[in-house]
Design a protein. Structure first.
Length: 481
């Protein structure tokens, strides 16, 4: 196998080893703990079976109570004096039964006479009327609505079409339902030992409970208990055996150890590759600098031997070649140089920045760049002078190459850090993002060096849009003592 180094290759290799180990772990877990899935499914089925039986008993009881009330209402409505008969039925429920009958747009019961209708009915009838208004032909709807005196279970049905439609609604107070319902549920709990039950109404209130449990499983209801929730506890929770857990844990531990081992090998290979590259780059730089020195010498000799136009042209060509080779050597060294934490020295950072910019004034002028330096630091400071020089040269040179024009250099200090900012007037945020995101391109090398140098010397580096242009901000640690 060829070890190429890097986390991607390490993770890929570790995954190749992990797959068969994970498969072996799964097979071992199933062989040693095969009954776990069976027990879990059995517990689920048992809980669902008990919940269905419990729900069926509760729903049937509420449905029967409502059907009995409907039967009484319809029988009374067929009486020779329906209003009086209906009031007798309602008072037999201690006013816990509401009745709404409409024919077309006319309410036929209760009568509109306020003296004939109990005042406590008003808000409840408004709720029933609002429900009836939503019905369409053939609709049947049931459910619960809250009231200050407790919940009400309602049933509404519409028959016929306008203008002959008929709407019949009843609502039973919880006081008329709960005693009978809870008696049925108590009987059910008595014949289902080992289970704990809770019944929540649609408003998240526990209205009935029996038994104690730790973990409850919830089942949402429908039909006459639409919106209610039945909660059960009692099914034994299946557990994995210790051998099954060990069969799963052991391969994971082996994979982790393998990942650490492969990562170590990848890092060592990368370190060896980096050392070899640094050696090669150092030798290459040395070999490039020797012909550069020779070319400079001959260019100077030619210039001294005569001042004819041909000789001047030759000198210009030689100068261009020297500059190009020098730039190649500098770029080669920059790409291979590792960040260095330099020793601190004492200097005036503002004066140092002006000196560096003046040194490159001719190069800047050749690119139509004008560089201005301002400093808010008065006097000398202790900081990493070589790192400051390299950062400033890279930032100014980057602005010269890719955003020729005005360049503003500012030196300041903040919180024990020396702050160096360089602003160009070029392409704005898109350029900034491109410079920072693409260090493999020529214009990203300098910024990558700046970032690593700043971090190695106790600071940081950031790019931001300046509208127009880009603002580069680098910081270095200072010795404030």
């Amino acid at each position: 196998m060829v070890w190429r180094g890097g986390w991607v290759e390490t993770a890929r290799t570790a995954l190749l080893f992990a797959l068969p180990l994970a498969l072996a772990a799964l097979l071992g877990a199933q062989a040693l703990d095969a009954d776990y899935v069976v027990l879990r499914e059995k517990a689920r089925r048992d809980t669902a079976r008990v919940a269905d039986a419990f729900s069926g008993a509760a729903v049937n009881e509420v449905t029967e109570l409502a059907a009995f009330a409907n039967l009484k209402v319809e029988k009374a409505w067929g009486d020779a004096y329906p209003d009086a008969a209906l009031w007798r039925v309602i008072y037999s429920y201690d006013l816990g039964l509401l009745v709404l009958k409409r024919q077309g747009d006319r309410v036929v019961f209760p009568p509109e006479d306020p003296l004939a209708m109990p005042k406590m009915w008003e808000d409840k009838l408004r709720a029933l009327t609002a429900i009836a208004d939503l019905l369409r032909e053939g609709d049947f709807v049931n459910g619960w609505f809250p009231n200050i005196a407790g919940e009400y279970y309602f049933e509404c049905r519409r028959t016929g079409a306008a203008p002959e439609r008929a709407e019949n609604c009843i609502a039973l107070a919880s006081a008329q339902i709960f005693p009978t319902l809870f008696g049925v549920l108590d009987e059910f709990a008595a014949v289902t030992p080992g289970w704990a039950f809770r019944l929540r109404d649609p408003f998240d209130r526990i209205v009935w409970s029996k038994g104690a449990g730790e973990t409850f499983e919830a089942f949402t209801q429908s039909g006459a208990l639409h919106g209610w929730v039945v909660e059960l506890s009692g099914a034994p929770a299946p557990k994995r055996g210790a051998l099954g857990r060990l069969a799963l844990a052991a391969p994971l531990a082996l994979v982790w150890l393998l990942l650490v081992f492969l990562a170590r090998r990848a890092q060592e290979a990368q370190a060896r590759e980096s050392a070899a590259r640094m050696t090669l780059l150092t030798q290459l730089s040395h070999d490039l600098r020797t012909p550069l020195a020779n070319l400079k010498l001959y260019a100077e000799l030619i210039r001294r031997k005569g001042d004819g136009p041909e000789l001047s042209r030759y000198c210009a060509v030689l100068s261009d070649e020297i500059d190009r080779l020098d730039a190649l050597a500098g770029a080669t060294l920059s790409q291979g140089a590792a960040p260095v934490a330099y020793a601190l020295g004492t200097a005036d950072p503002g004066a140092l920045a002006r000196e560096i910019v003046a040194r490159y004034q001719s190069l800047l002028a050749s690119s139509n760049c004008v560089c201005a330096v301002t400093s808010a630091v008065a006097g000398a400071r202790r900081f990493a002078i070589p790192a400051f020089e390299r950062i400033l040269i890279n930032l100014v040179d980057n602005a010269r190459k890719y955003a020729p024009g005005p360049i503003e250099v500012t030196v300041g200090e903040s919180g024990g850090l020396l702050v160096l900012t360089v602003r160009d007037h070029g392409g704005g945020q898109a350029v900034a993002g491109e410079k920072l995101a693409a260090p493999q391109r020529s214009h990203g090398v300098g910024l990558s060096i700046v970032r690593e140098l700043a971090r190695a010397n106790g600071g940081g580096f950031a790019l931001s849009a300046a509208h127009p242009g880009v603002l580069a901000r680098a910081t270095l640690r200072m010795d404030v003592s």
